[in-house]
Design a protein around this ligand. Sequence first.
Ligand SMILES: [Fe+2]
Ligand SMILES: [Fe+2]
Length: 241
Amino acid sequence: MQPITIDSTVGDIVSADFRTAGIFEEHGIDFCCGGKQSLGQACEKKGLDASAILGTLSAATEAQTGASLDFACWDAAVLAQYIIDTHHRYVARALPLIYGHAQKVAGAHGANHPETIRIAAIFDTVKADLEQHMMKEEQILFPYITRLSLAARSANGADAPQFGTVRNPIVMMETEHENVGKDLESMRTLSADYAIPADACATFSTLYKELEDFERDLHVHIHLENNILFPKALALEASLR
Ligand SMILES: [Fe+2]
Ligand SMILES: [Fe+2]
């Protein structure tokens, strides 16, 4: 892998070595929707010492474990299917479960913890938005990416899609990622980083733990799409034209 510098983009750093994602999570640096910003810019925004973070990242990527999946080398069609099988399936299972818990906690604790009412309302939006979003990816964008990948291998060319160029749905998906990213940030702020209050019941604690897991998964999910799958699709389309 190329050495990491202050000018490397956050998305490229995570694409090259996924172990860096945890370090960015720890420092609240957005590597999925904010993947196009440089390491220097991201640190400046968060008031962090960029050279210290650079040192931590370099140390982490030098350690040889061989356990990290190198998604950047994967075929686009394989990656699209992997995203559906792991991240879309997880989101589809988690949405109704977390939604139920959020409603229950807002009902039981809303008087003492009004933030839970806001969180339940935001999650309601997240659920509706993500269900629509994943349907568009699974029914329109990802099948087209798979066709591009097959066409590139067979050298037959791909039919022009109804949406003109793959860039159009990609821009739409990236905007939707940004919106859901903002909703996740709002829930994190409202919950004071998912701090569990002293008077929380078991469902309350479960909800905050579930929301944190959900956020972590979505960051990886969006990273795989924005920083790896979508650039691959744009490159495939360009190579076929
Ligand atoms: Fe997705
Ligand atoms: Fe997406």
